[in-house]
Structures are given as C-alpha cells and as structure tokens.
Design a protein. Structure first.
Length: 713
C-alpha cells in the first residue's frame, strides 16, 4: 500500500508559538477567557470583499500555518500525484448531461476536455448544431476564483441570466445577455448597451424572469451578508431604479427565491431553521404584490407547488412530524380551506413534492431509504419506484417544462455509478438516458455496499452505510474513513463518489454514520440532534465508530474521522471526547468556535443559527450545554490524533479564524507526537476550489493525509 511518513514535528518550518492575548468575557456568572481572540480581524467584513485588507500580523500567522502544512505533507507529493491521476481517470472529461426540453429547445450543461468550468448549451428540439450560451472556462480566464451559481434562460428564449462569484465570499453578481449576439462568450460590454445588462452586485445568486422576459426578480444581500430583499429589475433600466417588492427586516430570517415549475409564479420562501412561510408572486404582472400562503408559526415548515387553479403544500403542521401533503384553491389560498392529499405517516418522511398536469409525485424516505411515489390525480391510483440495494440514493431531476408526462430521476449507490432515467408516468416505461462513465473502468461486483445499525447510548439504532472491496478481510486491521454531518436536518445519501475508490482500492473501508441532527430516520432524527439535544450527534458518531470496531471492519486507532462545516464541529467534539479511537481527523471548514460565534450577533449567520443551536446569550441552559461541547473551548492537554483542518479566507459561513484559533490551541496543548495542520486557501471560501479538477486537489490532500495517518498494523 502506498504510504508516506510525516517528518519530525520540530524544525525550521514549524510555526512559532502564536502570541496569547487573553480576552475575558463574563456571562451568566461565568468568566470566559479566549487567548486567541485577536486572530479575528476587526475589519473582517472588508476582508470578505477584499482579502488584501487582512491585517499583516494575522496574515503572517496564516501563512506560517500554510508553510508548515506544506512541509509536513511534502513527502506525500508522489502519493498525491498518483491519487489525482487516478481521480482524473475516473472523470469523463468531455461530457454532457441529458438535455432538458423547454419549448423548441433542449438545454444542457457540458464540459470540454480539460475544462474546469461548465458550458451552458442548447440545441433545437428538432435537431441541429449546438450553441454555447455561456462558456464558463472563458468567463473564468484570468480569475483566481470563479463560480457560477445560477443560469436561467428567459421564457421567450431570447436572453440568459447568470450569477457569478469571483472571490469565494458568495457575493454574487448577476448579468443578462441577449442570445442574438455572435460572440456569446465575450466579456459583457459596459452599460448602457443593448448587448448586455448592467451588472447587479451583491445578490444571493438567484433570479427569476418575468413571464414576458422584460425583467427579473432577484434577492439582494445586506451589509451583514444576509438575503433580505426581493427586488425587480427591468432590463434596460439602471440597477439604481430597481424596485424592492418584498423585504424581511428580522436578521434571523432568510429569503429564498425560485420559479414554480408551472411558470406562473415566483415563489418567495422566508425561513429560519424552525419555521417558514411562503409568498406567491405573479410572473405575468410586474406590478403584482406577493400573496401570503400561510403565516409563519413556530415549529411549522411548509413549501408549495402550484397546479392549475390549485396549490399543493408539503407541511408538518398539526403534528405531521414527517410531513403531509395538502391542497387548496388558489382563490382561497389564505382561507385555510385545505384538503388532505397524502396523510402523515411517522417514520416515512415526505421530502419533496412535484406536480405534473395529471399527476402528483412525491419522494419519501423510510428507514433511511428513498422511494418515489406517483399518484394519478383523477383516479387516485398510486405506485412507487424503488430499488433493491441495501443502501442507495434516489432523487428527482429538476425539469423546465410543466406540460409533460415524463419524470426524470437519478439513481446511484456507493458501488453503482449515477444513472439518469426518463419514466413515462402513464405507461410506466423506464428508459435509461445516461450512465456515468468511468473511463478507467469500474466493476461494481468487486465492491460491497452495506447498511448496518449501531446501538446508540439511549437505545436508538444509528444507520451506517458502508463501502469496501469484496475481497477485504474483515479482521479488524483495515483502516476506515468515517464520515459524519448531523445538522440542519440534512440527509447524507448513500450515493456514488468516484473519488472514494482511491482509498477503498488501498484497503480502506468507507463509511457514513447517519447520526442524529439529520433526517435519515425522519424528522424526529433531526429534532433529537439540535438545541439541547445536540450532544446526541456526537455520541452517535462515537457509538458508530465503536460498532465498526466491534464488527471487525476496523480497529481502535485505525479510523480517520471526516466532516465539514457543521460536520467539522462534530470532528472537533469527537477529537475531545474520544481521541483514542482515531488515527486522524479531517476537518473541512470546521465550525469549531461555536460558543464565541453564537455570542456574536454581528456575524452573518449567527441570528439565523440560534434556532438550530440555541442562543447562549439569552438562555443560561443553552450556554451551559454549548460551553460543555464547543470544540475550541474544550481543548485540554491530552494525546490528540493527527488533525488536518482546511479553511477559506473569504468564507462567510465558517470564518477563517475559527479553524485558525482551534489549531493554534490544539498544538499548544496536545500531548501526542501527531501533527496538527491547517491549510487555508487564500483565494477561496466555504466550498473550496470550484473547478472540477481543482476541487480534486483538496480531496487528494485529505486522502494523502489519511493514508499517512494509518500505517500497516
């Protein structure tokens, strides 16, 4: 097995000890001391927009950490080159998705050989040459960072709108281009011009065209990076004349905007992590006022999809913990005259609904496995689409046309590459439209995917999805990567990930612990892993690790734990609670300075996050619980495993100083001889590098680190 050895922890490249400058805060009768609070730049909002404004003293600490990480991982260069070659060999470089029909056109995304960024294309439905509407590679040329969040064509097919981010800070710029230009991939000319719309700055990236294509709605971001207004832009007018049609002043609420599949409405969602409300905005009337579907109530979530003169609603109202589906007349949308279409069934969570002219389609997850249910509206007849593997992923593809009876869905498992199917709702004929190509070859029979259950401390059964080679001896000696997230109700699907085979083919078991805080076993699985019950997430992960050891999949000290963002918090906690279980910890943009962040209401996500984690400033009980698990606050002298943390300087979600402070404190207190490393991308944010090959560099670095942590027993 290809390995590398970490060099000695001492030497000229090791960062100097970071200066301690204790900052004291007293709250609820407790004095908090933060030795490294000064690493949070006072001008951090400016740094998000312009990283060059980072104070030199802080930049020096970050750059010293990067130099140290590079030195410690320098011996892995050959291994990284081998891994990235393997990963690229599993990517069909010249590729395109299955086209989506809309009127006379077929729209699709493609990639050219060697291209980092997508090409947005179309072709006439009756056949003919393809047109490149937006060339992502050309747009990204000369930029250190480039990401396209949204691409939409206007209803009359005469123009396209797209939003881009060139810093990683998620301040998206919207541009619109007509499709009669000869050189569609050229940089837009400056305003005023008939060839290009003026750039609209600092949006969340979403846009929805009016039905007559004369303008579009978008979401503006405020000074604290929170989406707070829906504005209408009329194409041809300067952005200074844009009209605010909807606003939310409360800092704890976010606005989301999307187009209904029927094309009749823009749907405005207003939500936090506990409740939501929805407004309909008529796309056929530029002067329309938003129509409220149902006012927001604590603990009640819902989303909607129009269908003719009716509105279908997925909601957890009235105790429907795992959601039910209602409908009502659009003319009585605010009258509470609801008809139950699909009743609530505990443990069988309805996760999505989609409307067709003659059918209601909804996706459920039962015991962690998804299924698609189809109901003929006139007759009420129902049937389901399911698969037989022990663990798999199944979901609906977004469509552009409403008037169709073709349902498109995608399927994969941890051993089966992605497959795209078209399904005729009337005849029930299933047609495979595309199977993911693995150019270097992939034989699913060489691998095993399994679903097992670990026993939680309180008797709950924790699902664990597994992938390993079929010929692997389960004798407790195999290294194992255990991934976890467990927050916001997010489900981690047991889907195909081609990059994982660079570990699996080297003898690793790849496992996903579906811990509480997600919705893998229904809504209660989420509720049991938030607020005061957040510690269940951490104990579930540790119990899953111990179960995998007991079952012979790995051994104590042979596990690499991996998680990112809120899953990075999980990594920080388990490193504190059970360091002996792990050979290494991979913490990607880790949310580890939990208590300090939740006490700082000026940060972009803090007020909205209070309903997920709790408000420690207002609630002494939450303060005590959070203080007891916050990873940064609970670093103490102990033998920590090897740790690699990844950060982004312009990350607005998990700010750069969280992992920086955490690693600084860990290195000062760890009693082991294992390396503790931090790699900060100075030109990227929360999602890392956006290019499809650039992104592999981040994964390769993590896998090389993982391989360096586990030597043959």
């Amino acid at each position: 097995m290809c390995r590398f050895q970490f060099p000695a922890l001492s030497g000229p490249n090791k960062p100097s000890a970071v200066t301690r400058r204790p900052t004291k805060t007293k709250l609820h009768g407790v004095t908090l001391t933060d030795d490294y609070a000064w690493l949070k730049a006072e001008n951090w909002p400016v740094v998000l927009r312009d990283p060059a404004q980072l104070p030199p003293a802080i930049r020096a600490v970050i750059e010293a950490e990067n130099d140290y990480a590079n030195a410690m991982l320098g011996n892995s260069k050959a291994l990284q080159e081998a891994i990235i070659k393997e990963m690229r060999g599993r990517i069909q470089e010249e590729d395109s998705e299955v086209p989506r029909p809309d009127g006379p056109w077929l729209y699709y995304i493609a990639h050219r050989k060697g291209g980092e960024h997508p090409l947005f294309c179309r072709q006439k439905r009756i056949g003919g040459p393809a047109e490149i509407l937006l060339d992502g590679d050309a747009e990204a040329n000369g930029k250190d960072y480039f990401d396209i969040a949204e691409f939409s064509h206007s209803p009359d097919h005469s123009k396209v709108g797209f939003s881009l981010d060139d810093t990683g800070a998620e301040f998206y710029t919207i541009r619109v281009r007509p499709l009669d230009r000869k050189a569609l991939d050229q940089t837009p000319v400056s305003w005023p011009s008939a060839d290009c719309d003026e750039a609209i700055l600092e949006t969340d990236g979403s846009l929805v065209f009016l039905a007559d294509s004369s303008g579009f709605y978008y979401v503006h971001i405020d000074d604290n990076h929170r989406p707070h207004e829906v504005r209408l832009h009329v194409i041809g007018n300067p952005p200074s004349e844009d009209i605010c049609v909807f606003a939310v002043p409360e800092p704890g609420l976010f606005i989301h905007l999307r187009r209904a599949v029927s094309g009749r409405f823009a749907i405005i969602g207003v939500a936090d992590h506990d409740s939501s409300e929805t407004y309909l905005l008529d796309l056929f009337d530029a002067k329309a006022e938003p129509i409220l579907v149902s006012p927001r109530q604590a603990g009640v979530r819902y989303d909607v999809e129009p269908h003719g003169e009716r509105l279908f609603i997925r909601t957890n109202a009235d105790g429907a913990e795992d959601f039910k589906i209602l409908s009502t007349s659009l003319s009585q949308v605010s009258s509470s005259a609801f008809v139950e279409e699909v009743p609530h069934k505990r443990g069988c969570m309805i996760i999505k609904l989609s409307m067709f002219p003659d059918y209601l389609v909804f996706v459920v997850r039962n015991a962690g496995l998804p299924a698609i249910w189809i109901r003929h509206l006139a007759s009420g007849e129902e049937h389901a689409i399911t698969f037989t593997e022990e663990a798999y992923s199944l979901g609906l593809e977004e469509r552009l046309e409403y008037e169709t009876r073709t349902l498109r869905f995608v399927y994969s498992s941890m051993t089966t590459p992605w497959e795209t199917y078209d399904y005729d709702l009337l005849t029930r004929e299933r047609v495979l439209r595309k199977r993911q190509v693995i150019p270097c070859g992939h034989d699913p029979s060489r691998y095993v995917t399994r679903r097992l259950f670990a026993l939680a401390q309180d008797g709950e059964q924790i699902p664990v999805s597994l992938l390993h080679r079929a010929d692997l001896a389960l004798d407790g000696r195999a290294p194992l990567l255990l991934y976890g997230y467990g927050a916001y109700g997010a489900h981690v699907p047991a889907s195909f990930g081609a990059e994982r085979f660079s570990l699996v083919d080297r003898g690793f078991v790849y496992a996903i612990a579906h811990v509480r805080g997600g919705t893998d076993k229904g809504w209660h699985w989420y509720l049991d892993g938030k607020l005061s019950r957040k510690p269940n997430t951490f104990s579930d992960f540790i119990c899953a690790a111990r179960q995998l050891i007991a079952d012979g999949y790995t051994g104590t000290g042979r596990i690499i734990a991996k998680g990112g963002s809120a899953g990075g918090m999980l990594m920080g906690v388990v490193a504190n609670l059970a360091p002996e279980l792990f050979a290494g910890i991979l913490a990607d943009v880790p949310f580890v300075d939990v208590l300090n962040t939740m006490l700082d209401a000026s940060l972009p996500l803090t007020p909205p996050e209070w309903v997920e984690w709790g408000n420690p400033a207002a609630d002494p009980e939450i303060f005590a619980i959070m203080r007891a698990y916050s990873p940064y606050d609970n670093v103490t002298p102990k033998p920590y495993p090897a740790i690699l943390a990844l950060a982004g300087l312009t990350d607005p979600r998990v700010t750069y100083w969280e992992p920086l402070k955490w690693v600084t404190k860990l290195r000062a207190l760890s009693t082991s001889d294992r390396p503790i490393l931090l790699k900060t991308n100075m030109r990227a944010g929360h999602a890392g590098q956006p290019g499809r090959f650039q992104h592999l560099e981040d994964i390769t670095l993590q896998y090389a680190f993982a391989l360096g942590c586990v030597q043959d027993p």
